[in-house]
Every structure is written in structure tokens, then in C-alpha cells.
Design a binder for this molecule. Structure first.
Ligand code: AMP
Ligand code: GLY
Length: 423
């Protein structure tokens, strides 16, 4: 069968790597892809938001299955566009992807269906937000309603900071129209864990857990980024916590979306905080996480196409998800200056060191081929990933492998997976 993957980052490289392992797949296309993906798939230069051309391409090539990976096209209705043209597509339709596309929607959903989350209020008027802050306790969290590349969340320690935040989001429109509506929510503390789950509208099958490192600098300092590294599984996500989440978060979320007439099919990403008062939902995403996918998918034993088709067909109850009994760690190699400003176009050396090594992966995020040479082409450049028998071994191997790669302005965090020393 022929598969088209839509997207171009490390997550998409991990997805394409899993698709390439499927015994059922004869040809993979990726739009637009990157230099690493080009080793496994035919990359086609069509942007992820160019639905007309994507649909036309899928028709021309008689593609059997499209996998839409990033949030923007999902929220804008890419799956609806493929389906309207009679093409099978994996991912939520726009009416379900809103669970990521609008934080106000997801907070209201959780409130209505008693799914544990931080206390909050939604605001469409800046004056009302300022007034609310007068009696609030700090720290407090401000969130732009819409998609903002993971950067639309401000944690404010004082009233002054929070006032500046309201101005930034709602009046100066730092995050564009994403800030037309804003959520103000209670600040929570605890361990964070990401759980991605396959969904067919009725059944939800969680994958193994992962933990991301969102801040740019060691010690969780600096700005929020798309993610600087991950490990899987999270030792803090115990069987007991999993059972609680199944009963109080995952199944209720599936049922809630169905009851709202917004059947969720695809991957639901639950960002959770394990607080002293129990597990609470920080956010939902309507897709695989990045770099979570880079540590979760290499550990999955199932044929990914079987699972994705079951999501589309509503037969996920017949699938048994299986993961290897090991661990994986991903360290993102970024361009110095990410997530603010950085230079691109530097040659990347050392990629051949990964060839033929089973437990090591160099997932390409921001790379491209220029005159036969792989060069840096983004803030996050590579996700260097290794599997090991446990988290300690996986971490040692991943960091060892970061040394194999060199490029100008190479930057990474040195404390990915440090939390496992504290378990
Ligand atoms: P989000 O995009 O909603 O996941 O937020 C990005 C990051 O901000 C999360 O991964 C948390 O580290 C932090 N965050 C979001 N909401 C809260 C909250 N209510 N309390 C504490 N930290 C939060
Ligand atoms: N790593 C977080 C995300 O994909 O949103």
C-alpha cells in the first residue's frame, strides 16, 4: 500500500521510520519532509497547509492512507479535506482537533464532564481579565486560546507580570489571533508526564508514557520551546496512576467528545501533571508529541499501519498495543539561539555513525539537503535517540551519540532525563 505522511519534523521522521517497518507498505511519500525522511520516503515539496495540492497529489498517486501529523493542518481540517475527496486519512477531523485548537474549548469540556484539571476562567475581554487578576493568588498561568507553537503559555509570579501578560496576549497580540480568547488558570506543581493514545472515536488505547523537557536551558530555565528532549517510560507514571487516568481522564475524554458530536479519531496527547491532589490534565493535543514520538514509536512492537487503520475503522478494541520492555531517551540538538533567533545552513557531519546501529536513531527535525550535503534548517535540528535496557543505559547511549554529530552553533541540554536520578 502507498502512504503519504504530512509534516516535516522529528516526529514525522519517527512516524515514517515506523511506517517503513510495516510489511504492508510498498511506497512512502512525505510532504514536505526533510533530509532524513528523504532516506525512507519520496519527499514532495507541498506545504502542510496546501490542502488542494495535497489532495490532488494523493489522488494522482493513488495513495491508500494519509497520515496528518502536525497540529495546524489538523485544526484547519486537513483530514476533512482528504475524506471529502474519498481518501482515507489518519487523524482527527477539525471538529475534534479543536480539543487542541482551543484551550477554552478543552477547559470547558473538562469542566462539563468532570475531568480533573486546574481551576480556570476564560476571557474574551482584557478589562475583565485585569479585574479578575486583582483578587487572584500567584503564581498564576495565562494561556492564549489558540495554537501558538507551544509558546502561548505564561507563568506569572506577580500581579505586575500577569498584567503585562494580559497585555501581551490580548492587546499586543503577541500570538496573533490565538490571543483573542485567553484562559487564566491555577498554577499547579508536580511531575509532568505525556501520554499519547490511539483513539477510534470510542476506544482509547494509551501508549507507553514519556516525559518532555520544554524549557530551553538546563535546570528547566529559559524560554518554553517545542521540546528539548524526552525519555520513555516515565518512572513516575505508575500502574496505579495509569488505572486512575484510564477511569477518570482517558475514557471520559473519549466519551465526552462523542457525546458532543465530535468523535475523536487519531492520536490524543494528554499532557498530565501528577500533583499532590491527584493527576490533572495540563493540556490536550490532537496528535503525536514532538519529541515524544521519537521515544515512544521506536519502542512500539505493533505494525503502525494496523493500528492506524483500526482507528479509522473503529476496530481498536481488537488491537493489543505492545511496547518493548526497555527505555528510550531523545536529546534534541538545536541551533544556538532557539527558540528566538538562530542561523541556518550549516553542514551537519557525523550522521553516518548511526548507520547500521540498531538502538540508535538520528531523527531529523530541521535539516535539508543542499548540493548533496545535509545542512541545518531549523531551530530543532536533530533528535538523537537511543534505546537501552533501562533509562540509565538509554540516557548514557543517547548522550554518547550526541558527540558523533557536529555542526556550527550546535546546542543541547545536558540534563535530559535527570529526573530519573530522583525516582
Ligand atoms: P501547555 O502548552 O498547556 O502544556 O503548557 C506548556 C507548559 O507550561 C506545560 O508543559 C507546563 O510545564 C506549564 N504549565 C501549563 N499549565 C500549567 C499550570 N496550570 N500550572 C503549572 N504549569 C503549567
Ligand atoms: N512536546 C510537546 C508537544 O509536542 O506539544
Amino acid at each position: 500500500m502507498k502512504v503519504l505522511v504530512v509534516g516535516s519534523g522529528g516526529r514525522e521522521h519517527a512516524i515514517v521510520t515506523s511506517v517503513a517497518k510495516s510489511r504492508r507498505v510498498s511506497k512512502i511519500y512525505c510532504a514536505p519532509g526533510n533530509a532524513g525522511i528523504a532516506g525512507l520516503a519520496e519527499c514532495v515539496n507541498i506545504g502542510v497547509m496546501d490542502f488542494d495540492r495535497l489532495v490532488a497529489f494523493a489522488k494522482e498517486q493513488a495513495v491508500d492512507l494519509v497520515i496528518v501529523a502536525p497540529d495546524d493542518p489538523l485544526v484547519a481540517g486537513a483530514v476533512d479535506a482528504f475524506e471529502a475527496a474519498g481518501i482515507r486519512a489518519f487523524g482527527p477531523r477539525a471538529n475534534a482537533a479543536i480539543i487542541e485548537g482551543s484551550k477554552a474549548f478543552s477547559k470547558d469540556l473538562m469542566k462539563k464532564y468532570n475531568i480533573p484539571t486546574a481551576a480556570y476562567e476564560n476571557f474574551t475581554d482584557a478589562e475583565a481579565a485585569y479585574a479578575y487578576l486583582e483578587d487572584a493568588s500567584f503564581p498564576i498561568v495565562l494561556k492564549a486560546d489558540g495554537l501558538a507553537l507551544g509558546k502561548g503559555v505564561l507563568i506569572c509570579n506577580t500581579l505586575e507580570e500577569a498584567r503585562a501578560g494580559v497585555k501581551e496576549i490580548m492587546q499586543d497580540k503577541h500570538f496573533g489571533d490565538a490571543g483573542n480568547t485567553m484562559v487564566i488558570e491555577e498554577f499547579m506543581t508536580g511531575r509532568e508526564v505525556s501520554v499519547l493514545a490511539f483513539c477510534d472515536g470510542t476506544t482509547i488505547l494509551p501508549m507507553t508514557s514519556a516525559q518532555d523537557h520544554k524549557r530551553a536551558m538546563d535546570g528547566d530555565r529559559g524560554l518554553n520551546t517545542g521540546g528539548m528532549g524526552t525519555f520513555s517510560p516515565s518512572p513516575f507514571y505508575t500502574d496505579e496512576i495509569h488505572a486512575y487516568c484510564m477511569e477518570h481522564i482517558y475514557r471520559p475524554t473519549m466519551a465526552a467528545m462523542k457525546a458532543e458530536g465530535r468523535e475523536f479519531k487519531g492520536v490524543l496527547f494528554c499532557g498530565l501533571m501528577i500533583t499532590k491532589q491527584g493527576v490533572k490534565v495540563l493540556e490536550y493535543n490532537a496528535r503525536f508529541g514532538d519529541p515524544e514520538a521519537q521515544v515512544v514509536l521506536p519502542r512500539m512492537k505493533n505494525d503502525i499501519i494496523d493500528v492506524m487503520e483500526a482507528c479509522i475503522d473503529g476496530t481498536l478494541d481488537q488491537i493489543q498495543l505492545e511496547f518493548e520492555d526497555n527505555a528510550a531517551v531523545c536529546v534534541v540538538l538545536a541551533s544556538e539561539g532557539y527558540p528566538v533567533s538562530y542561523e541556518k545552513g550549516f553542514p551537519i557531519r557525523g550522521l553516518s555513525a548511526f548507520e547500521g546501529k540498531e538502538d540508535y536513531y538520528a531523527f531529523h527535525a530541521g535539516t535539508k539537503l543542499e548540493a548533496g550535503q545535509v545542512v541545518t534548517n531549523g531551530g530543532r535540528v536533530l533528535g538523537v535517540t537511543a534505546k537501552g535496557k533501562d533509562l540509565f543505559e538509554a540516557r548514557a547511549k543517547a548522550y554518547e551519540a550526541t558527540d558523533w554529530i557536529t555542526f556550527d552553533n550546535k546546542y543541547m541540554r545536558h540534563d535530559i532525563g535527570k529526573a530519573i536520578d530522583e525516582q
